[in-house]
Design a protein around this ligand. Sequence first.
Ligand code: ATP
Length: 301
Amino acid sequence: MTPVPVPADEPPKKRSAADFIFGKVIGEGSFSTVYLAKDIHTNKEFAIKVLEKLHIKKERKLAYVTREKEVLLRLASWNELFVKLYCTFQDVDRLYFVLTYAKNGDLLTHIKHLSLECVRFYAAEIIMALERLNIKKIIHRDLKPENILLDENWHVLLTDFGSAKIVKDEIEQEECGENSKRRNSFVGTAQYVTPEVLTDGNVSFASDLWALGCVIYQMVCGTAPFQAGSEYLIFKKILDLEYSFPEDFDSRARNLVEQLLVINPHERLGSCDVKPYTSIREHQFFSKINWHNLGKPPKIC
Ligand code: ATP
């Protein structure tokens, strides 16, 4: 059946859970369950993130959820590189986020099967996403392969903005209770956490560049650079910059990672660029990349 066209000046109708058929669970986060769902009016597939209000309240994560929505709305004007938030609604017990369905899952699932050509392509798309975040004054703070999703055409869709920081709101954030504690606390995932979070807590755009270095390392050799048996030992290795490269690690990729995994955030490649992240774009590792048109993603083996 052809859907009835909605006149351009008519605001979209408020959606509810009844407008969707909920299918399989496609992911579980600490505070959410993500379902594949179909819009009954258009047949279009979405990923719907469902959050239990009681759980959010109990874990005092309201600020986290609000932040995620705020950031996704800020990014909604871009139809690529980020998961798009189409709408939100709620019922008595739950909050619902209707998001782009990333059909090919997350980068972590595929990370052990990437050719160097793939690494270059995906690193370039992630950098373009970070450039856009920079324009919108957003620091992701939890960039990792699980949060880099892949759409039906294998392009990157960055997600999970619950830990993000909107730079312009810094003063407001520090004033409100729940967030004020976050400045010096560990936000993110142990293996990708930045040294500055572990020391003075001063997060900046360069923090995402450290995580980018970790992700590129992992895309090249399949494992994260800083690994140990406990969070404490991982943190120690990060602070000591204790990691090594396998012998067959591509030399240009190695040089790039070495310039991103730098303890001093101001010395990380790209951190002082007037136009972010020109110096990363110009790195030799990307000499084959046409930044005006990245083209189609190379096939993942
Ligand atoms: P975290 O524990 O990292 O805070 P969270 O509660 O914020 O998690 P998400 O990371 O957003 O939840 O989602 C959990 C999982 O659901 C993801 O790892 C991913 O596998 C899947 N997922 C989330 N969003 C989508 C999407 N738009 N398309 C496909 N799968 C998704």
